[in-house]
Every structure is written in C-alpha cells, then in structure tokens.
Design a protein around this ligand. Structure first.
Ligand code: WT7
Length: 655
C-alpha cells in the first residue's frame, strides 16, 4: 500500500469555541480536564481502562485481567470478567428509571409509540424467551433483517440477553446479500418483518428473505416475522412464525445469560477491498465500555436529553448509538422509521420540534441533501431544543458544516464530527464538546486512551503539519474488533499488514494541522464512501461480471455533491462494444442487476463501455487513471507503462 497524490486541498481556518452556556453543564468542561484524562491514559494505559471498565459496567463477576496481548493481534480485554450487555442496558436502570422513556418511536406513516424502560425490559425478556423456546442459546447466530422499528432493538437486546450473536443486515440489502451473510454466519434464526415503510413505499423484507432462503441458507431453522405493515406476504408454516405468536404466553422476565467479557456480542458485515464482505466481530464488555464512554464524553449525554441518531440499525452507528449506547447510559433514544423527505423535506426538523430532540446525530450526506432544499424547511420549525449536533460517516465539507451550525444549531450548538469505523466499535477521534474548539471539516483530536497517529510507510510519526500519511492506532483499545468471523487470517492481513503488525491500520489517509487536529483525507484502499456507506469496488465489480453479458468491469469513485462519492463503472462486454459506447437499455439492466445482487445503494451512477481496460504489462488495472477519467480531468500521469495506451482515448469518450 502506498499513499499517492495526497494533496490537502482544504484550508479551513475558522475556529469555533464551545459556548459558555454549553460549558456550564458539560461533564468534561475544559481543556485541562481533558488533558488530565489523556495524561492518565498515557501514564498508566491499562490502569486507565481498568478503572473505566470497573466504574462504567455492571459486572456479575468483576475482572482482574485488563489487557491480554498473548495472542496479539487478537487482543482480549477484561477477559476473566462476566457480564451481560442487556442487563447493563435495561435491568440496572429499572430502579431509578422504570417509568422514563427508553424509546420514542415515530413511523414514517405517523405512528407514534413510546416504551418506558420497564416496558422495553418486559418486551426484551419476552422475546428472549421466545427465542429460547425455538432453540436459540449462547453462541448461536441470529440474523436480523428488520425495518427501523423498536422491535429491531428488542431483537438485538434479546440476543444479547441470552448470549446469542446477532448479525443485523441492513434492510436495503438484497436477497442475495442477505443469503451470503446468513451463510457466512451459519445463522440458525432469521428475524424479519412483513415490510417497513420507507420513502412512501413498503420495503419488501419478507419477500427478500423468502428469496434468500429459497436459494440456500440451510442453517436457518426458524424465521420470526414481525407484522409491521399488515400487507400480504408469503408464509412458510414449516419455518415461519409471526412475532406476536412467538411471544404469546412467554414470561416477561428472563434471567440474563452471564457471558465472558470476550463473548462475541455481534457480527456486522462490512465491505473491504475484496469481493466478499467481512463479518466484523465485536466483544461484549470492551464494546459496551466504548458505547458508554463516548455517549458521555462526545455526546455529553444527560438524563433529560432526547437523543436522536438517524442511522439505521443495519450499520454500526445504529448499533452503538441507537441499540446499545443510549440505553446503556439510561437515556431516551428516538427512532424514526422512514425517509427524511416524507411527506416533505422538513420531516427531520418536524420530528426535532415535536419530540424536543436535544442531541441530533446524522451523516453529512443527509445534511447536504437537506441543505439543498433551502432554509425554508428548517425555518418552519422550532429547533431550540437542540443543544448538540453530530456528524459521522465521511468528512463534512465546510459549507455543509456552517449551514448545520447556523440553520440547525442556531449558532449555539457544538458540532461533534466523529471519526470511527465499523471496526473501531465507537468514536475514536472526535471533539469533546465542552472542551475542544471545532474547525469545520476536522474530527479534531483523539479521545483519551486512543493512541491515534499519522505515520509514513515506515511507521514513523509525521510531525510536519498538513502532510498526509496513514491513519493508525498504536495501541489496542477495549472496543476494537476482535477478528473477522471465521477468517483470522484476513483479520491479520487487513488490519495489521504493516509496521510489524504493531499498529492498527485504519485504511484511511489523514493529516494533522499545526494545532494537531486530524483531517481525514480518504481511503487508501479500493473502498468507496457513498452517502456515508462503505462499498468495496471489488464487490460491485464481482456483481457486474456475474451478469451474462459482462466480461470485465472496473469500478471507481468520483466526487458527488450530495453522496460524497458516486459509483463509476467501466464495463467490457462479451462481444462488441455498443455503438458510440451507449446502450441505455443495457445500462438500465446492469444497474438493476447490481441492485439485486447487492442492494440499491450499490447501483452504479455511470456506466461506460469500453473494448478494454487500461492495464499495466503485468495485467493490473490502473485505477488511478480510471479515477482521473471518471472525474472528467485530463490525464497528466505517465501512461507509458500501459499495455494498451490507446484505450485511454476511448475511455475518455473521445472515440
Ligand atoms: C469509514 C468507516 C463509523 C460509522 C459510519 C461509517 C469514513 C467515518 C468519518 C468522519 C471522515 C469518516 C472513514 C472510515 N468516516 N467517519 N467523521 N470523517 N471520514 O462506518 O462503514 O465502517 O466506514 O468511514 O473513511 O474509515 P464504516
């Protein structure tokens, strides 16, 4: 891996200090307090984490081992302790917060439902018992393919309660993707719904589930189907059971299964630089600690906050900051089922006003899309309940940042730009809102105990300001991934390939400015970031070449105003290239094809047909050139090493 063409083009000078008003009630309220925490971590790394582990988690058996590195890079944390995540999210709040709202739900169709901690506890227990009654126990894998409803969280919490390992598959993924994930995980149970409401339509989850099961998934014994829409779906009495029937007569108490700290809490599949998604495996205690700490440190969560993270539970953000973090700290989490544009582009702001949302966390792509609709939508609503804003998923461009700050935050709310990954489990680099001044576009500084650095190819820290390098984490941290499910080798090769296997390689390039602030510059591998979602170019290429008419494909990203990156595919057909390189019918067919293979988010925005792809003499596709062409830029790179230099003309649409 090498870092080429890393020029920093952003030169953002504006600095936004936390307001006196915010600082007054912030839990970490000065740079000095923050520095203290950093120093504690530096002076006694294990002691720092051990104290937090003891203080923040309710243990059934307290731990004495802190970090075990005997099987590095398979690090273990708190390994002789026993606890249960669902206990930490529910039971321990019952005394003090029994009647507080745990969840406020709003459906796209306007349904509103609230669940107190007591009610959520009962539902989770009841559902956990239903799963047990169907033979699910500790260590069994359960795939969850649900709309954004409280029941998705109930299902996740119920798995945690009985020690089953869940793997949530985003409802926007296709039957094919669902099947691959079920098979890789060897799941015994699938939990789905008769559909969900999104974008004014019904998402046909059950139909996709049926298709997945018809094509394989032999390990699935039971399918539990939640009735959300009430419309007709196929039903296979051999395996399917309605959610409401499954919980009938079940006890609403269920003793938590006390599991080892390292027991896998969940798998979550994410894209990498090869065709096959990786099942990122997270632990119980270390993961929980990350969720709790960052809710407190970065979101500065308080008992009376109404907290809304717009992410779907199908992504890591929906795990740590919807299903687990907010409940682990006993707060109230809002869940919205649908799209931001239904009935119009004011929906998010309408929800904020009606439910008095105080913390709002979303992706830059959503901010850009809503910003484009103009200020009249947010202007219609009273957004004064909001006190903190957050972003995640990709770098936020300063223009969108300023809009978010002014129009949504009324210039009074700090914005926490949180850098992290599916693999890191929780925020890693993010401002502590009562202590750190923000700069639009920068995720600012690493959290206490997170040894992030920017290094060169040899692993030396880059001290020169604004010089790009590899973003690494130099010490293992409790909420890191443990491995890739069923593929330890790939775990080692992907995350520890350089620097003698000592530093975690994030896969991002970054630079630090003269204040030491981190600026994420992009991926160093063949991974795209489309609307804050990670997609492997190889994955899309594999989908394309699976089409009978495609001989070869190469996929690259090109900058897109709303989505961050758009998908640009170069396709070589079996047989002749279409006349003038245009075949609208086939383009439509291929886009639909990719959507069926992976999901609508992976649909190529552009498809260009070519007789060939630019390759080196050793047969390697020169992606850099393809990126330049996709961006519509002139090629200035040296192309003399190309096997087929003449193809460039055609790729550029010149002949
Ligand atoms: C990749 C991880 C973590 C939840 C959402 C995405 C990019 C993430 C930021 C940010 C710049 C960011 C990185 C990272 N990314 N947050 N605040 N600023 N880039 O999770 O799918 O695992 O993707 O998203 O490239 O490596 P993910």
């Amino acid at each position: 891996m090498s870092i080429e063409n890393i020029d920093s083009i952003l030169h953002e000078e504006r600095l936004f200090q936390p307001s006196a008003e915010f600082v007054k009630s912030a839990s970490i309220n000065s740079l000095e307090n923050l520095k203290d925490l950093h120093e504690q971590a530096e002076q006694d790394y294990e002691g720092f984490w051990a104290k937090l582990g003891h203080d923040e988690i309710s243990w059934q058996t307290p731990f004495s081992n802190v970090l075990d590195d005997s099987r590095a890079p398979h690090y273990q944390w708190f390994s002789d302790g026993k606890t249960n995540v669902s206990y930490n999210c529910l039971d321990r709040h019952l005394e003090s917060r029994d009647n507080n709202n745990a969840i406020i739900f709003e459906g796209e169709n306007g349904d509103i439902k609230t669940l107190t901690y007591h009610e959520l506890y009962s539902q989770v227990c009841c559902f956990a018992n239903a799963m047990k009654a169907r033979g699910i126990g500790k260590g069994d894998r359960v795939v969850i393919y649900m709309p954004m409803t409280p029941e998705a969280v109930v299902a996740m919490q119920a798995c945690a309660r009985i020690g089953a390992i869940h793997s949530v598959v985003f409802g926007g993924f296709s039957a094919e993707s669902l099947k691959d994930r079920i098979e890789d995980a060897g799941a015994k149970m699938l939990i789905t719904a008769d559909g969900g409401h999104r974008g004014g339509k019904i998402i046909e989850l059950k139909q996709a589930a049926d298709k997945a099961l018809a094509g394989g998934c032999a390990s699935i014994e039971t399918v539990i189907v939640f009735k959300r829409t009430g419309h007709d779906v196929g039903f296979n009495p051999d395996k399917d059971i309605w959610w409401h029937d499954a919980i009938k007569d079940m006890d609403n108490n269920c003793e938590p299964e006390w599991v080892e700290a390292e027991h896998p809490l969940f798998l979550l599949y994410t894209s990498g630089s090869t065709g096959k998604p990786k099942g990122i495996q997270h632990s119980t205690a270390g993961y929980l600690l990350g969720a709790i700490l960052t809710m407190k440190w970065v979101f500065d969560i308080k008992d009376d906050d109404i907290y809304w993270c717009t992410a779907d539970v199908g992504w890591i953000t929906g795990h740590t900051y919807v299903a687990y973090g907010p409940l682990a700290v006993g707060s109230t989490v809002l869940i919205y089922e649908g799209a931001p544009t239904i009935p119009d582009c004011g929906r998010f702001w309408d929800i904020c006003e009606r439910h008095k949302v105080s913390i709002f966390y979303t992706a830059p792509t959503a901010i850009r899309a809503l910003m484009k609709q103009g200020d009249e939508f947010p202007a219609k609503y009273d957004l004064s309940s909001i006190r903190l804003l957050g972003t995640v998923g990709e770098p936020i461009n300063p223009e969108a940042w300023i809009w978010y700050h002014k129009i949504i935050g009324g210039e009074r709310c700090p914005i926490v730009d949180t850098w992290w990954q599916t693999e890191t489990g929780a925020h890693m680099i993010a401002p502590i809102p009562g202590a750190v001044a923000t700069k639009p576009g920068s995720c600012t500084l690493p959290l206490p105990g997170i040894m992030a650095d920017v290094v060169d190819e040899a692993g030396n820290s880059i001290t020169e300001a604004n010089k790009g390098g590899f973003l690494v984490i130099k010490k293992p941290w409790p909420f890191m991934l443990r491995t890739i499910w069923g593929d330890d080798e790939r775990y080692i090769n992907t995350y520890w390939p350089m620097f003698d296997g000592k530093y975690y390689l994030a896969g991002d390039s970054a630079r630090r400015d003269s204040d030491g602030y981190f600026w994420i510059m992009g991926r160093i591998d063949d991974v795209l970031n489309v609307s804050g979602h990670r997609l492997g170019t190889m994955e899309i290429e594999s989908a394309l070449v699976a089409h009978p008419r495609v001989a070869e494909a190469a996929v690259v990203g090109r900058p897109d105003e709303i989505k961050g990156e758009a998908i640009f595919a170069y396709v070589v057909l079996k047989g002749d290239r279409p006349e003038d390189g245009i075949d609208k019918k086939l383009t439509k067919e291929l886009r639909t094809w990719v959507s069926e293979q992976i999901g609508p988010i992976a649909k190529p925005d552009d498809i260009r047909y070519a007789d060939n792809l630019p390759k080196t003499r050793s047969g390697k596709i020169m992606r850099r050139l393809l990126r330049t062409i996709a961006q519509g830029h002139e090629i200035t790179q040296d192309t003399s090493t190309l096997e087929n230099e003449s193809i460039l003309q055609q790729l550029q649409g010149k002949r």
